[in-house]
Design a protein around this ligand. Structure first.
Ligand code: CA2
Length: 146
């Protein structure tokens, strides 16, 4: 089983600012957690981060036929990107959305997620652990889907 883990804009800045919302750990720490969570689950993982919407759309398209599942934190594109929603729908690869913060308890504009409309589940507000939860959930989902 092979999962693509996508992180959107500014998540490469983790640990540098806004530690009260996103914690003190860095993007490198997140990549390590994903790799460890994948190993524990017996799933191969690849991490991809981009600040560019089109690059994220390209990466989702390239995942077609190459990955069994997608874990995605679209970051700010969560609240704006119909293009990422359409790309997820186009490839129809089971996807789980992750947010480090609890987006439902923040500003009104963070309550809408376009990519989330193509995802089977969202984990929000669990910090980096949300990525581990997403990997395990996706693995179980795919096993049950046969
Ligand atoms: O909680 C999340 O994971 C978010 O996807 C993070 C996005 C935000 O726009 C979403 O509403 C919720 C922002 C990521 C920005 O990351 C930063 C990292 C360090 C310093 C500043 C921002």
């Amino acid at each position: 089983m092979k999962f693509l883990v996508i992180n959107g804009p500014n998540l490469n800045m983790l640990g540098i600012r806004e530690p009260d919302i996103y914690g003190r750990q860095t993007y490198g720490d997140l990549v390590r957690l994903v790799s460890e969570a994948g190993e524990e689950a017996g799933v191969e993982t690849e991490c991809f981060q981009s600040n560019h919407e089109g690059d994220i759309v390209d990466k989702i398209q390239q995942a077609y036929g190459a990955f069994d599942g997608i874990v995605i934190n679209p970051a700010a594109y969560t609240h704006t990107s119909v293009a990422i929603l359409d790309a997820l729908k186009a490839v129809a690869i089971p996807a789980v959305e992750v947010h480090i913060s609890d987006v439902s308890a923040r500003e009104e504009f963070r309550k809408v997620s376009y990519p989330g409309m193509a995802c089977i589940r969202t984990f929000a507000g669990f910090g980096f652990e949300g990525y581990r939860m997403a990997i395990l959930y996706l693995k179980e989902y795919l096993i049950n889907a046969g």
